[in-house]
Design a protein around this ligand. Structure first.
Ligand SMILES: [Zn+2]
Length: 62
């Protein structure tokens, strides 16, 4: 995924910074503990599509 594109993306909930996960399959917001999926490289920036991060994932900011 393009790093410039990633820099432009903000969390739709808190407008905060997002981090790409290690597998490059999700964009993570640690403030909201939410993970937004990437579908074929396209970020799905919808709270309804997001997964909630586990406590373990929140502690290991990979
Ligand atoms: Zn957020």
């Amino acid at each position: 995924m393009d790093k410039k594109l990633l820099a432009l993306l903000a969390c739709p909930v808190c407008k905060g910074e997002l981090k790409l996960n290690g597998e490059k399959t999700e964009l993570l917001c640690f403030l909201d503990a939410m993970a937004f999926p990437l579908r074929e490289g396209i970020p799905v920036m919808l709270a309804t599509e997001a997964r909630t991060l586990s406590t373990d994932e929140r502690l290991h900011k990979s």
